[in-house]
Design a protein around this ligand. Structure first.
Ligand SMILES: Cc1cn([C@H]2C[C@H](O)[C@@H](COP(=O)(O)OP(=O)(O)O[C@H]3O[C@H](C)C(=O)[C@H](O)[C@H]3O)O2)c(=O)[nH]c1=O
Length: 181
């Protein structure tokens, strides 16, 4: 497993060891002992999510508030996305900063997004299957979000703005300044 620390405390890029042979490949996409060693604490994932999207779909930026906050281990099973994690931990020295990383079936990269981050992604391939583990259950009443084109975040979503496909719900999300964190 190759581990890359990012400039956002607790947010890591993981690249599992891939065993290739003439049949194809095998990898352990998640191993709790190895993962907890990397993160430096016990993380218990309780919910797996999977989403299919077509090119240009941008989901996010989402988080769950307070005790319902979710850490996420995200990866792409088919296609390619630009994945974005924004530090919205009020006491963080990198508050409002983000990282953006290309996750794809090809590069098999994973991103660990800690609790206290807003998360989103845009699909860069014709289609993409997005899979992620969460360490807290979904709670509709605890959903929070930040508008994808918040000027203070200045996220480059790669695709032209007019090519983005965004849900009605996400189009009315608040700016970071006005978000309930
Ligand atoms: C997230 C979630 C949603 N739902 C239901 C609620 C809606 O009826 C439907 C679609 O939900 P939504 O439009 O919020 O799905 P996304 O836009 O992909 O939301 C996700 O987008 C970004 C990228 C994230 O990181 C979050 O995990 C999550 O907010 O699934 C559930 O039943 N359970 C869940 O855990």
């Amino acid at each position: 497993m190759r581990v890359t620390k990012t400039e956002l405390e607790g947010c890591f890029i993981l690249e599992p060891k891939v065993f290739e042979d003439d049949r194809g490949y095998f990898m352990e996409s998640y191993n709790s002992e190895m993962f907890n060693d990397i993160i430096g604490r016990k993380v218990t994932f309780v919910q797996d999510n999977q989403a299919f999207s077509t090119i240009g779909v941008a989901r996010g930026l989402h988080y769950q508030i307070g005790e319902y906050a979710q850490a996420k281990l995200v990866r792409v099973i088919q296609g390619k996305v630009l994945d974005v994690a924004v530090d919205v931990r009020k006491d963080s020295v990198t508050f409002g900063k983000h990282i953006a990383v290309e996750l794809s079936a090809e590069n098999k990269k994973q991103l660990f997004v800690p609790r206290g981050f807003a998360h989103g992604y845009v699909v860069l391939s014709k289609t993409a299957e997005f899979f992620y583990k969460c360490d807290n259950l979904y709670n509709k009443n605890a959903e929070g979000g930040i508008i994808y084109n918040d000027r203070s975040l200045n996220i480059d979503w790669i695709l032209p703005h007019d090519d983005l496909i965004i849900s009605e719900k996400d189009l009315v999300l608040p700016s970071l300044e006005n978000a309930s964190l």
